[in-house]
Design a protein. Sequence first.
Length: 140
Amino acid sequence: MELDQRIKHLLKHGNLRMTTVRKLVLKEFLEAGSIALSSYEIEKKFEDLDRITLYRTLKTFEECGIIHQAVDVSGRSKYAICSADCSNHNHEDHHAHFYCKKCERTVCLDDVKIPTLNLPTDFQLEDSQLVLSGVCGACQ
C-alpha cells in the first residue's frame, strides 16, 4: 500500500481527520518502520512544528491505537506504529522492545511476546513493558 494510502487508512482507523501535522508525523512513523521515535527526534525534523501540537498529536495517536509507547532503558518515552489489532484505548502491542546501547535506537520486537503473568486476584494490570538492551546487528 502506498504511503499516502496507509496514512489515510490509519487516520480513518482512529476516526481522525487529516491535518498537515498528523500527516507529517505519521509519515515519520511509517518510514521508521519498527524503530521507535522520541518526540524530540520528530520535533527536530520539522523547524516550524509547535511542541504542544506535536505532544497533542502523539497523545491522540496513542489514545486512538495508532502508536504505542516504548520506554527505553533510560526511561525515555518513544513511540512506534501499533499493530492492526489496536484500537481506541485498547493496545494489543504486547511485545518486547530492544534498546541498542551504541546507537540508542529502540526497536519493536513483534515476535518476542510479553509472557502472560498470573497476578494475585486483587491486582489489576494496566501496563507492561519488556525492554531488552544490548547491541543491535547494525552496530556490531
